[in-house]
Design a protein around this ligand. Structure first.
Ligand SMILES: NC(=O)c1ccc[n+]([C@@H]2O[C@H](COP(=O)([O-])OP(=O)(O)OC[C@H]3O[C@@H](n4cnc5c(N)ncnc54)[C@H](OP(=O)(O)O)[C@@H]3O)[C@@H](O)[C@H]2O)c1
Length: 281
C-alpha cells in the first residue's frame, strides 16, 4: 500500500498522516498548492508521479455558512474536486477513499440515518458534498465513500475548539440542544479508514464514534471534563440565526462498518475525554 493523501493540513489529513507513520506505511502528502484537487491536470500529474496504490481524500471546503453565498467555491472543491479524483483514479488504477458528511441528510428522519436512506440536503454545503458523492458514484470504480459527522481533532474547524474559546471568556454559555449528531474524533477515524481500505470491500459507509448527542450535551460533557464552573443553558437554534440551516438530527447508523472491519468506534464521550487529555499535554 502506497498512499497519497489530499488535504494534508486539515484535521483528518493530519491524523491520517500520523496513523500512516505509526503503521510504517509509505505515504505522500503534497501541499495544497501542488495537490489542488479542483485542478484536474494537477491531480493527474500528482497521482501519476506518486506511484500511489491508494488515495485518501481529506480535502474539503468546510465553511458551512460561507457556502450559502460562495456555493461555487464549495461545489468546486467538494463536487468537481471529487470528480477529478474519481476520473484520475480510474485512469491510473488507484483505489480511492473519499469522505462525505451527515449534512447530506435533511435531519427530519428522527432516527439515525442508514446507508439506505436517501440524501436530501438543506444547505449549500450539503448540496456540494452530495454532488461529490454522485460524481464519485457515477465516475469511480474502486472506491470507498465514507460519510463522517461532527469531526473533531487538532484544528479550528470544529465545535470543541470553538467551545474552549467561548468558555475561556465567559461564565455563562448558551448552547443549542436541537442539533443532534455523533461527534467523531479523527484519532479514531484515521485508523478505521486505513483498516477499511485494507478490506477491499468498496462502497458506501457511515463512520462516527458510537452514540449521539445534542450540541448542548456534548458541551456539558466537555466543559465538565475541562473543569469549567460556569452556567450552561440549553437554547434553540433560532437563538443564533446562521446563514446555513443545520439538520436537526443527523446521527448516523454505522452499518455495515462493524460487519466489514470487525469493530465499532469508541463512544463519543470517551473520545472527547481522550481528545481533551491530548490537548492538555
Ligand atoms: N469538520 C466537520 O465537522 C466534518 C463533519 C462531517 C464531515 N466532514 C468531512 O470530513 C472530511 C475531513 O474534514 P476536516 O474536518 O478534516 O476538514 P478541514 O480541517 O477543514 O480540512 C480540509 C482541508 O482541505 C484543504 N483544502 C481546501 N480546498 C482544497 C483543494 N482544492 N485542494 C486541496 N486541499 C484543499 C483545506 O485547506 P484550507 O483550510 O486552506 O481551505 C483544509 O486544510 C471532509 O471531507 C469533510 O467534508 C467534516
Amino acid at each position: 500500500m502506497r498512499i497519497l493523501i489530499a488535504g494534508r493540513d486539515g484535521q483528518l489529513g493530519r491524523a491520517v498522516i500520523a496513523e500512516a507513520e505509526r503503521r510504517g506505511l509509505e505515504y505522500l502528502a503534497p501541499p495544497e498548492k501542488v495537490f489542488d484537487i479542483s485542478n484536474l491536470e494537477a491531480v493527474r500529474e500528482v497521482v501519476s508521479s506518486s506511484k500511489a496504490s491508494h488515495l485518501i481524500n481529506c480535502a474539503a471546503y468546510n465553511l458551512v455558512d460561507k457556502a450559502e453565498e460562495d456555493w461555487q467555491s464549495a461545489a468546486m472543491v467538494n463536487g468537481i474536486g471529487v470528480r477529478n479524483l474519481a476520473i484520475t483514479c480510474v485512469e491510473q488504477g488507484v483505489e480511492l477513499l473519499h469522505c462525505s458528511t451527515d449534512y447530506v441528510f435533511s435531519g427530519e428522519k428522527g432516527a439515525p440515518y442508514t446507508i439506505l436512506d436517501e440524501p436530501n440536503p438543506i444547505n449549500r454545503y450539503g448540496e456540494s458534498k452530495l454532488l461529490g458523492e454522485r460524481l464519485l458514484q457515477s465516475l469511480g470504480e474502486r472506491f470507498y465513500l465514507v460519510r463522517l459527522s461532527w469531526v473533531f481533532g487538532n484544528g479550528s474547524q470544529n465545535f470543541l475548539f470553538k467551545l474552549k474559546g467561548w468558555a475561556s471568556k465567559n461564565q455563562r454559555l448558551e448552547i443549542v440542544d436541537d442539533q443532534v449528531s455523533s461527534p467523531s474524533f479523527v484519532d479514531d477515524l484515521a485508523p478505521a479508514l486505513l483498516d477499511l481500505m485494507e478490506t477491499g470491500a468498496y462502497g458506501l459507509y457511515h463512520l462516527c464514534n458510537s452514540g449521539y448527542c445534542s450540541r448542548y450535551q456534548w458541551a456539558q460533557h466537555a466543559l465538565r471534563l475541562m473543569g469549567w464552573e460556569g452556567e450552561l443553558i440549553p437554547v434553540k437554534s433560532d437563538r443564533f440565526p446562521t446563514p446555513a440551516k443545520r439538520p436537526a438530527f443527523s446521527a448516523m447508523d454505522t452499518f455495515p462498518f462493524e460487519d466489514t472491519v470487525g469493530y465499532k468506534l469508541p463512544t463519543w464521550q470517551e473520545a472527547t475525554e481522550r481528545f481533551l487529555q491530548k490537548e492538555a499535554q
